[in-house]
Design a protein around this ligand. Sequence first.
Ligand code: MEV
Length: 436
Amino acid sequence: MPDKIIGFSKLSRDEKISWISRNFLDKSDEFESILNNYLIDDKKIQSLHNSFSENVISNFNLPYSVSPNFLINDKNYCVPLVTEESSVIAALSKSSKFWFERGGFKSKVINSLKNGQIHFMYNGNIKKLKKFIDKNELKLIESTDRITKKMRERGGGINKIKLIDKSGELNSYFQLSIDFITIDSMGANFINSCLEVISKTFEKLIHESDYFNESEKKTRIIMSILSNYTPNCIVEASAECKINELENFDNYSKEEFAIKFKNAFDIAKVDVGRAVTHNKGIMNGIDAVLISTGNDFRAVDAGIHAFASSSGNYKSLSECLIIDNKFKISLKVPISVGTVGGITDLHPMVKLSLKLLGNPSSEDLMKIICSVGLAQNYAAVKSLVTTGIQKGHMKMHLINLLNKNKASKDQIKSAEEYFKNKEINSQSVSEFLNKN
Ligand code: MEV
């Protein structure tokens, strides 16, 4: 076992690489040359990348794809997506084209408030605390004036401070729940900076006031941090067509397809095992746009899955309705994103993605992301209830297996023909390559 290393972050890149090689890899591992292959030639851009994180020794590439023909609120988008999953983009592009020809997606932002929390322990009279917060709300807000100045000039800032009594769930536990408007930024740094100032002001006001007794003055702030649960930052997207405008399928009538599709959506409402996978299909699209536009996909994912459980049971996030010969799908999700700040102003590929989308406001980006999630969901469930998912997946899996086995261009071409109606697995592919 290697010894614990102290001061690793202070080593140069070469020193880091040689320490890792010595301690964790074999000489035959070609570690350094692989790392070097993924460095960016342009030194300025590489050094920008290095500054995004710590202990950077190379870059990790993922495919950057686009899906054209996304008609959202009558505007045609070509959406940038980053995903490693075979067949996601092909399925999405078919879906966006299908809906383009049927009026596209309609999407609207319902609200776009962000939230931060100051968690604290208070032993004392609750009514007294509530009165104190109401009386001092403005003072607490004003203590952040220096930080919020620019945001207020742009129409944002702190919206409301609420006291939440959680002492029924955990002894002495209370919360200041603070709503923020952060316009086009995701606002994590802004919110966290405000919360830290408010919590200090809050503590000071309590300690200095004669209003509280000694026990009440012992109020302890536990932590101040934004919440990634954003049920007041909601966007909705939908698409609809007449049943007779649906696609033609070999083995089903359009009515049969519509009913089977709706059954699949309804199953995901009542079965958690299916709901998680159904939502994963939605996230395939959502995450791919979040990454391409430099947004924090972990934050959005956590918030969306909590939202899916808001009834007490984890449920699917999308709906399918069949009314009066109309087939309608819709999706409603919390999506807290930014189009300024963070790496959106720095990462050249992120800047390019946003430009490709016409430099959207954060609300426009919410609409695009929600529509992509719904289109991806339609594509997945359509395959599941008709051909099955493996048909599309396996085509891409074949390419991956062929590349893994270092197949030549000619072998790839003939393998694609040969495997059209045959089982694809690592053994059958390597047998084929041995013979051809
Ligand atoms: C695979 O990445 C996504 C699906 O499993 C989604 C679904 O089942 O709805 C196909």
